[in-house]
Ligand binder design. Structure first.
Ligand code: PEP
Ligand code: MG
Length: 594
């Protein structure tokens, strides 16, 4: 039966594919397709893992007999019996074989896919005792996965691109099971998980939780594949292998679509592709408005390798390199100076002489170092030890990063950007650390280069103290994602208040506008690097407010350029001032747009 689930638009476009449900705790399991020739090897890997766990349980059974009071050993013995039984369960074994043989999933993926299916059966059981057996299945799968660890195959990055092939209408209508795109469904995905999926086989993402500018959503956008977050219950309502359509523009997921709906969305999908194709004609066109104002379109990147996509999209530089992604998912082993230096150097060299703005690490809130280190100990992590606060709390770590950035600056134009500053004392400390890092490199006789210094304006207190910031920094970059979050007291990652997260709130617009105006008055550079910069519906407004530098995901650059080329800032200026003083700016934009 066809039904729709509503969520939040994150990443535009249409994806049509089969659902792959992944439990949040298991998203770090490798997902890739194997070659048909490796089916037997892959099944053997699961078998070997299972046999190892069976042996382990037999050994445990033998020792349990001599353990503690009789009831305890009896209870433990019964549990081990259940585990042994589950390990021999035909449903589990045949299911795993099916995913490997018929779908060419790697062993770990096959195992967790089948686990999701079995877990559903248990969830639906009336009997409480039986329902609770779900955790036994989860435990044994976990143990098999662990036993297989030593025999793991290469990870996602080496996946074949089979899963990315677009299905033909015939594929879809005939319900062909092989070679169709896959859509990932999860309760939650951390930014680090998303990064892992960057090279993956998935054609789209859907999650239960998350806001429009949560970092998970931002990474999905950077991957330029359709995604919907904040659906609340997709992971409960969608079953493994269901056909789903993600309408990224509307923030809607259609489950089990009828042939007519499929045909309609297939048509829409082709239209989106045609439009993208048309935009590529603008690749080499300079971004200049009708009245001759030059506009700088820059890229936001997460990894040095993204520099390639930035250049391909015609970016004139990197306006935001979120360096924290180098620090995530490493079980606490942070990158040392050499590793960071090499990474920044790759980004700088990758941009072939264009400027690269490296932001110092912004860990904390919805960007934990690791999934296991999510900040659950503090009531308001977004207001806690995050970004520059985290760096200043760990000077050795901060100095390591600063030295690496300064060294990379010897290879090209580097701008050093500091996130979440608010206090004069933080500015002083940061600048002192930068001087200290230079002195350390001098002492070691290591080469480094000059950097332009920038601060992010993402806290209202900072936006209201722009003059102070401009005394110390060469340029400012407005982080509207956080500026909106902190101005409106809306957690950007919380879907339950996402309807109140409003870039067009008059208070937000005033802070953005006054920051731009002050920078312009002082002849200092200013850009917006939050998601507002890549939102084509806001391009004219930002131009009208005087912004001439926009930094966004590479995939958004050409669409924004198209808006720039159609704009006349002599008209947009007075219009933007009217928007600014309106009670309801969105209404003015909608009804009296130029
Ligand atoms: C912002 O806050 O707008 C920004 C660009 O930084 P991040 O999204 O990484 O917090
Ligand atoms: Mg921010």
């Amino acid at each position: 039966m066809t039904f729709a689930i509503h969520g939040l638009t994150v990443s535009r476009g249409i994806a049509i594919g089969r659902a792959v449900l992944v439990a949040s705790s298991r998203v770090d399991v490798a997902h890739y397709f194997i070659d048909a020739a490796d089916i037997a090897t892959e099944i053997d890997r699961v078998r070997a893992g299972r046999d190892a766990v069976v042996d382990e349980i037999h050994r445990l059974q033998a020792s349990v007999a001599h353990m503690g009071p009789k009831e305890t050993s009896h209870e433990l013995g019964a549990m081990l019996d259940v585990h042994l039984m589950l390990l021999q369960d035909a449903e589990l074994i045949n299911g795993v074989k099916h995913w490997i043989t018929d779908r060419l999933y790697n062993a770990e993926w096959a195992l967790t896919t089948q686990l999701e299916i079995i877990a559903r059966y248990f969830d639906e059981m009336e009997d409480e005792y039986l329902r609770e057996r779900k955790s036994d299945v989860e435990q044994i799968v976990e143990r098999v996965l662990r036993a297989m660890q030593g025999t793991a195959s290469p990870l996602v990055a080496q996946s074949s691109p089979r899963g990315l092939r677009k299905p033909s209408q015939q594929d879809l209508l005939l319900d062909d099971t092989v070679d169709v795109p896959l859509v990932l469904i999860a309760h939650d995905l951390s930014p680090a998980d998303m990064l892992q999926f960057k090279q993956s086989v998935f054609a789209g993402f859907i999650t239960d939780v998350g806001g429009k500018t949560s970092h998970t959503a931002i990474v999905a956008r950077s991957m330029d594949i359709p995604a919907v977050v904040g659906t609340r219950s997709c992971s409960q309502l969608i079953r493994q292998d269901d056909w789903v359509i993600i309408d990224g523009d509307a923030g809607v997921v259609i489950v089990d679509p009828s042939p007519i709906i499929l045909a309609e969305y297939g048509f829409k999908q082709r239209q989106v592709e045609l439009e993208r194709g048309r935009l590529t004609r603008l690749l080499h066109t300079p971004a200049v408005t009708l009245d001759g104002e030059k506009v700088q379109l820059l890229a936001n990147i997460e990894m040095p390798e993204d520099a390639q996509a930035a250049l391909k999209a015609g970016a004139l530089g990197v306006g935001l390199f979120r360096s924290e992604f180098l620090f995530m998912g490493r079980q606490g082993h942070l990158p040392d100076e050499e590793e960071q230096y090499q990474a920044y150097k790759r980004a700088v060299e990758g941009m072939q002489g264009l400027p690269v703005t490296i932001r110092t690490v912004d860990i904390g809130a919805d960007k934990p170092l690791d999934n296991s280190q999510r900040d659950t100990g503090h009531l308001n992590p977004a207001l806690g030890l995050r970004a520059i606060r985290w760096s200043l709390a760990d000077p050795a770590m901060f100095l390591t990063q600063l030295r690496a950035i300064l060294r990379a600056a010897a290879h090209g134009q580097v701008h050093l950007l500091v996130p979440m500053l608010a206090h004069a004392s933080e500015i002083r400390q940061t600048l002192a650390h930068i001087d200290h890092a230079r002195a350390m490199l001098d002492n070691r006789g290591v080469l480094y280069g000059p950097v332009k210094l920038g601060a992010m304006i993402e806290i209202p207190a900072a936006a209201l103290s722009v003059k102070l910031f401009l005394k110390h920094f060469d340029f400012l970059s407005i982080g509207t994602n956080d500026l909106i979050q902190y101005t409106l007291a809306i957690d950007r990652a919380d879907e339950s208040v996402a309807h109140l997260y409003d870039p067009l709130h008059p208070a937000v617009l005033r802070l953005v506008s006054e920051t731009i105006a002050e920078c312009r008055a002082q002849g200092k550079g200013v850009s917006v690097c939050g998601e507002m910069a890549g939102d084509v519906s806001l391009t004219r407004l930002l131009l009208g407010l005087g912004l001439r530098s926009f930094s966004m995901h590479p995939a958004q650059i050409l669409a924004v350029k198209q808006e720039v080329l159609r704009s006349d800032t002599t008209k947009l200026g007075p219009w933007a001032q009217r928007v600014l003083v309106a009670d309801d700016p969105a209404e003015v934009i909608a009804t009296k747009g130029l």
